[in-house]
Design a protein around this ligand. Structure first.
Ligand code: HAM
Length: 421
């Protein structure tokens, strides 16, 4: 029979990689909970209109990238392409806004976008998503950005990730800037790539984000949004920068940093690495005052970010080692197997990871296997030893062996584990 393969752009996370993923998740939980964030778990699909309204009808995500289907009752549903819209939906639906603000939440899980797969870009990918709702103060923007960088520091990636930050203004100043930018882009239409030409009318800010070489000269000469912020947006951005300085967070002000989702206002930011080629953003986020209201809730402001786990995993590649068993039990014969099976169960009951050979081969072959598994200790039990109520304990690092009484095996090995931790 022909083997069936996974869908294009969708990958398995194999056992060799899971320690990295577990380290990312543990790092996120540790850091975010220190800042008062609590976990929320959200559904993987929603009504299509939630994303259309929340992310924006004219964004690439909604126009081209959603996995949308009609279910048996005729309703249009979509796999979530991101988590912010879903989280805000839950915030409104469950009246989380009645809780003390800011309401600080995080969620970890898969997202789905029909993009062209390449290294670091997949159709099913995972995000660690963080959102804070109910505060508009710029000092909070700085704190959440600092927390993102604390996450990278926790994973020892602080040096390999750079923070870019910008303000894209608000409903007061952005429309004028957009009109200005559109006029400039129209003058330079012939120097833009085909995709950007189509964007000029509908979403001119997105042109600033284009990576195509032909567009770069036009983008470099384009007006900067930072020169067109209204006074309150300007002051907000200054305060964010002031607090980032206070927190000693290094950042690069990047006026071309506009993001691919329509809900952003004022602060936007991205964490970028130089090590992953075109897919260099390992996290992105910003402020989205107005989204809660747009999704039927109160006028609560919000800010958040999402970390792309596949991309962080690529940076961490090979840096985490799997944890294997602490002791490997090798019974030589049936009566010894019985005794070892019991011992393995007793060891696990006291928290020692024990692996038992159920169908032992020659001792040499079993020791080789223990070596491959990188187990620090091996317990060997043969018929003669069983008769003496003893077992042989071998230290796999030094090769030293000694006899220990069977009755004392659990205490002895547990003690050795205690010395190592
Ligand atoms: P985003 O920039 O679309 O923002 O995605 C955030 C991160 O997810 C990206 O920086 C990247 O690391 C990762 N990512 C995005 N698409 C892919 C893909 N196809 N394959 C692999 N990784 C990918 C958002 O999703 C916003 N909801 C973030 C946010 C939260 N803003 C406010 N709160």
């Amino acid at each position: 029979m022909k083997a069936i393969q996974a869908v294009r752009g969708v990958r398995d996370i194999l056992p060799a990689e899971t320690p990295t993923w577990q380290a990312m998740e543990a790092g996120a939980r540790k850091v975010f909970e220190l800042y008062g964030y609590r976990e929320i778990r959200l559904p993987l699909f929603e009504r299509t209109e939630l994303f259309a309204r929340g992310i924006g009808e004219t964004t690439d995500i909604v126009e081209k990238e959603m996995y949308t289907f009609v279910d048996h009752s005729g309703e249009s549903l979509s796999l979530r392409p991101e988590a912010t819209a879903s989280l805000v939906r839950a915030y409104v639906e469950h009246r989380l806004h009645a809780h003390p603000k800011p309401v600080r939440l995080y969620t970890i899980g898969p997202m789905f976008r029909y993009e062209r797969p390449q290294a670091g870009r997949y159709r099913q990918f995972h995000q660690i998503n963080v959102e804070a709702l109910g505060t508009a103060t710029p000092t909070f923007d700085a704190e959440i950005v600092q927390m993102l960088m604390a996450f990278f520091a926790e994973l020892k990636l602080g040096e390999r990730v750079k923070l870019h930050i910008n303000s894209i203004g608000d409903a007061t100043c952005r429309p004028a800037f957009r009109a200005w930018l559109r006029a400039y882009l129209k003058e330079n239409l012939t120097r833009l790539c085909e995709e950007c030409r189509a964007r000029v009318e509908r979403n001119p800010l997105r042109v600033l984000d284009c990576k195509k070489p032909e567009c770069q000269p036009v983008i470099e000469q384009a007006p900067s949004i930072l020169d067109h912020l209204c006074p309150p947006c300007h002051e907000h951005f200054d305060r964010v920068c002031h607090y980032l300085n206070l927190f000693k967070v290094q950042y690069i002000v990047t006026p071309r940093l506009v993001r691919g989702l329509d809900y952003y206002v004022r602060t936007t930011f991205e964490a970028v690495t130089g090590e992953l080629g075109a897919q260099n953003a390992v996290a992105g986020g910003g402020r989205y005052d107005g989204l809660v209201e747009l999704l039927g809730g109160p006028a609560d402001p919000g800010i958040g970010f999402a970390i792309g786990m596949e991309r962080v995993a690529l940076l961490l590649k090979g840096e985490q080692t799997s944890t294997f068993a602490f002791v490997f039990l090798i019974p030589l014969g049936e009566p010894a197997l019985e005794r070892c099976a019991e011992l393995a169960k007793d060891l696990r009951a006291v928290g020692v990871a024990a692996e038992l050979t159920h169908a032992p081969r020659k001792l040499r072959a079993e020791l080789d296997l223990a070596n491959q598994l990188r187990v620090p200790y091996v317990l060997i039990l043969g018929d003669d030893e069983l008769a003496r109520e003893e077992a042989t304990l071998r230290d796999m690092t030094t090769g030293d062996q000694r006899a220990i009484p069977l009755a004392g095996v659990v205490t002895e090995i547990r003690g050795l584990q205690g010395q190592q931790t």
